[in-house]
Design a protein around this ligand. Structure first.
Ligand SMILES: Cc1ncc(COP(=O)(O)O)c(C=O)c1O
Length: 480
């Protein structure tokens, strides 16, 4: 079977998408005629993304105005292209950068390509859900004081699970030190349009902000925006790197999809986000009936002491019950025809957007209530739901991260060989090891493999998760 046929058949199977792209295949909201009739190249009258001065520039200026940025450029290679170009624009080969350790692999690829020296700032850990929390402004301050030669700060906010860091205070701080702040806001293109959703990082003062439109808004996969709002970085430099990292033949279909998305937001954002928030609110209220399954909400996040939370993400945890994340994921898919975005050892993640339907929320809610009624807790006479809520905590766990022995660039360039994962302790990784999604490396080339890391990876495999970067499922590439 070919891909096109498979896609066509899949579209008829009635599986509900609790995953990106944010248009949710909701054709009523994102109607489009046969795409071939619109697919052109840089012909007369249609401008050129790499030297835009007509229709594409007008569209990008509208996007800049909508998000409150000085300059905005279309991305047709996802946030990945924006992150590679943004980081290259702010650094020279070999520079030191302060980076959140929970960054996406595109950040690590930029570090590798530019031979940068990362100094990590570690997120809090939210034990009760087993996810990363926010980045503390005090930790960034400490690193800025200890590393006066740092040239850039790179932070992801919101995270995959919707946790926000205090970008306003981090950007004020970084500017006091004369260091630009780049925020990977790939998961936050929908922020700033409604009082019940937090503001975006552009308004909070970040110098470069990168958005994937396709993740949380109705736009084609691969579409995104890079916003430049800075006295410290020149837009011309960013454009130069965008022309290196993006294709020389940007798709007019993708760019038209970006423009349509911006038009929709300009015209109807208040209405759309009000009804979206109401759906989310009703969903959470109904899910108050769950006994064992927990869905992370704003109160949980503030109780833990994380800065903020955006409500479109549904982190659905089965921690301390008799099933794991993988079982929940498969039950939802196979028994209820609901495809989730991501699975981890103890939870599944659903992504919602303004294009979700009322029926979609009801269907997920019904499925969760059904499954919950079949669950057991592990500990006898123990009210898991309430105990977990009360014991929500966050810790800094720098020690859970591996030690850096050499730079990723050195590790990748050196001679390497394969060893069995079980025999890899104390070796230096020569390959990224990560779960995808979310694409945050568990191990970065140049880091030492600890016993804890071996056991974490082994547990992920036992829980049925796909660990990327292993060879034949059990070997790991290490520096010779
Ligand atoms: C935090 C984060 N940043 C960047 C990216 C890359 O985005 P894109 O797929 O649009 O290139 C992702 C993708 O999952 C992500 O989760």
């Amino acid at each position: 079977m070919n891909l096109y046929k498979k896609l066509l058949e899949y579209s008829k199977e009635g599986i509900y998408p609790m995953h990106m792209p944010g248009h949710k295949r909701n054709v009523e909201m994102a109607s489009m005629i046969n795409p071939y009739s619109l697919d052109i190249t840089e012909i007369e009258g249609f401008d050129n993304l790499h030297s835009a001065n007509e229709i594409l520039l007008e569209g990008m200026n509208r996007a800049a105005y909508l998000y409150g940025s000085s300059y905005t450029n279309y991305l047709v290679g996802g946030s990945t292209a924006g992150i590679l170009a943004g980081i290259a624009s702010c650094t020279k080969k070999g520079d030191k950068v302060i980076v959140a350790r929970n960054s996406h692999k595109s950040v690590y690829n930029a570090i590798y390509l530019n031979e940068l020296k990362p100094v990590y700032v570690y997120p809090k850990q939210i034990d009760s859900f087993g996810i990363n929390g926010d980045i503390s402004t005090d930790d960034v301050k400490d690193l800025l004081e200890k590393n006066p030669d740092a040239k850039l700060i790179i932070i992801t906010s919101p995270t995959y699970e919707g946790i926000l860091s205090d970008i306003k205070s981090i950007s004020e701080l970084s500017h006091r030190y004369g260091v630009p702040l780049l925020v990977d806001e790939a998961h936050g293109a929908h922020l700033g349009f409604h009082k019940d959703f937090p503001d975006n990082s552009i308004k909070a003062g970040a110098d470069i902000v990168i958005h994937s439109l396709h993740k949380t808004l109705p736009a084609f996969t691969q579409t995104g925006l890079i916003h430049i709002n800075s006295k410290l970085i020149s837009y011309e430099t960013v454009k130069r790197y965008l022309s290196i990292y993006q294709t020389s033949s940007p798709s007019y279909l993708l760019m038209a999809s970006i423009e349509q998305c911006i038009t929709l937001l300009e015209r109807e954002s208040m209405e759309l986000f009000t009804s979206f928030f109401n759906e989310l609110d009703m969903f959470h209220q109904r899910m108050g009936q769950l006994k064992y399954i927990k869905i992370m909400n704003k109160d949980d996040v503030s109780r833990i002491g994380c800065f903020d939370f955006e409500p479109s993400k549904l982190t659905i945890s089965v921690k301390d019950t008799n099933i794991n994340g993988n079982k929940l994921y498969n039950l939802l898919l196979n028994e209820y025809n609901i495809q989730m975005e991501m699975v981890s050892d103890n939870y599944v993640l659903g992504m919602t957007s303004i294009c979700d339907t009322h029926e979609g929320f009801i269907r997920l809610g019904n499925a969760l209530l059904d499954i919950d009624a079949t669950l057991k807790n592990y500990l006898k006479n123990y009210d898991i739901y309430n105990n977990n809520r009360n014991s929500l905590s966050s810790n800094f766990k720098k020690e859970i991260y591996p030690e850096i022995i050499i730079s990723s660039y050195e590790a990748i360039e050196k001679e390497s060989n394969m060893v069995k994962l079980s025999e890899s302790m104390d070796h230096i990784a020569a390959e990224y090891i990560y779960l995808y999604p979310p694409g945050i490396p568990l191990l970065v080339p140049g880091e030492q493999i600890s016993n804890q890391m071996i056991s974490d990876i082994t547990n992920f495999l036992k829980n049925g998760l796909t660990v990327h970067g292993l060879y034949e499922g059990q070997n790991i590439k290490v520096v010779s």
